[in-house]
Design a binder for this molecule. Sequence first.
Ligand SMILES: C[S@@+](CC[C@H](N)C(=O)[O-])C[C@H]1O[C@@H](n2cnc3c(N)ncnc32)[C@H](O)[C@@H]1O
Length: 207
Amino acid sequence: MRARKKKNTPERLLKYSHLFINKENRDEAFFENKKIKIEIGCGKGAFISQSALLEPDVAFVGIEKVSDVIATAAVKTDECGAKNIRLLMADASELCDYFSDHSIDTVYLNFSDPWPPNNRAKRRLTHRGFLEIYKRLLTEDGRLEFKTDNDKLFDFSVDEISSNGFEITYLTRDLHSENVPNVVTEYEARFSQEGVPIKKLVAVLKK
Ligand SMILES: C[S@@+](CC[C@H](N)C(=O)[O-])C[C@H]1O[C@@H](n2cnc3c(N)ncnc32)[C@H](O)[C@@H]1O
């Protein structure tokens, strides 16, 4: 996501610092006895804020590496009124520094950057390197949910996920034609308005 540089990012990060976890403060009391669901690459926070309102007993964490973008997610988190969201400004590769092994119920990857050239495949959030991290973090019954507009990234992800310790339990190449519950993300709204079919898969750990 290319965001225009916003001058007030440091002020917004400071104003909403109580919504953030970091290495010094993991806010363990917030997570106690709760299911944890995380969105990696949460962008401006539309998905995480709607999801948190729908499931108030779940602890949601929006993870985003770009400061301007997560500062906007912080404003949205505050405005939506949900009390069950925390934010983490970090790269997905660092997640094991913040979460205990087998502590996460669901990893959401929504409209992850496709990184088209093959020599950049390692940066895709469905690359086997990241899948190893999710396998470590997910509970035994945990799940990975992935949505994208991008056919090539979807095909890559189906192969990568099914050949690296996960079993795909749901797959559609046109999510919006199906009668299933769905929380629409910012990118999803944009792509579906343009008529691009939304692809989705759900995967669980192979037993
Ligand atoms: C295309 S946007 C999608 C945003 C949102 N999930 C949506 O569906 O509207 C992808 C986001 O993922 C973030 N991102 C990409 N790679 C990441 C990584 N390795 N760790 C954390 N965030 C990442 C980008 O900064 C960007 O904000």
